[in-house]
Design a protein around this ligand. Structure first.
Ligand code: NAP
Length: 187
């Protein structure tokens, strides 16, 4: 796959035991107090440059509702990048770069995303991830594993129902103890 080809990346932060959210949806576990000497340091500038490469976000409605709630304390983390929220409901939308979509995911990818974007990130949650993997619509999975065992909560992969081969593209360990695994989904 070359850099200018269309790609959908599923990105998720998880605990070592594979949970992406606690039952009460609290997010303090995202902040690690760990330190890994040999880890990579990422400057704010590096992060900004990297985020500039993403030209569209997609997310399920439950992820959106949580992001909206968190934005009251931390701001809207997806900035001005076009964002598509999947929902059958009429949700509050107060930013011009956010739109909602309901229905067929194949159509969303082929008619709405492919003609307009190159580097699309699916940022949650578990339900939408499962649908994209089952329908073979995602190209890559980036899992950022934090140094914590949550023991309970929402699993990243909950009974996908079939075996999916992957190709390990990259692994990086960071100073804060987070390990990022990047897999290509074999088609
Ligand atoms: N750790 C992380 O990196 C991370 C990232 C994101 C989210 N999360 C967590 O994940 C949880 C939310 O995930 P989730 O699996 O419960 O829900 P989700 O995937 O965020 O949203 C699922 C909802 O999206 C809507 N939807 C899905 N497909 C659709 C389609 N084709 N057309 C129209 N609407 C569609 C439906 O909602 P409607 O009822 O509105 O139709 C569905 O109930 C939260 O606890 C959040 O904290 C964690």
């Amino acid at each position: 796959m070359t850099a200018d080809e269309f790609k959908i990346t599923i990105h998720m932060v998880s605990s070592l035991d594979g949970y992406i959210a606690k039952k009460d949806n609290s997010v303090s576990w995202f902040e690690t107090s760990d330190s890994y000497e040999k880890g990579v340091t990422v400057t704010e500038q590096d992060a900004k440059e990297f985020l500039k490469t993403i030209d569209c976000y997609i997310m399920g409605s439950r992820t959106y509702e949580l992001a909206l709630e968190l934005s009251k304390s931390y701001g809207w983390v997806y900035g001005d990048v076009p964002t598509i929220v999947l929902t059958h409901r009429k949700l509050p939308v107060d930013r011009p770069n956010i739109e909602t979509y309901s229905g067929d995911l194949d159509k969303l990818v082929n008619e709405r995303l492919k003609p307009n974007y190159k580097n699309v990130w699916l940022v949650g949650g578990a339900e939408l991830t499962k649908d994209f993997i089952r329908l073979n619509l995602a190209d890559e999975i980036r899992q950022s594993i934090l140094p914590v065992i949550l023991g309970d909560g929402t699993p990243f992969f909950d009974q996908i129902g079939y075996e999916q081969a992957l190709h390990l593209k990259d692994v990086r360990a960071y100073k804060n103890g987070m390990v990022e695994l990047c897999y290509e989904i074999r088609k």
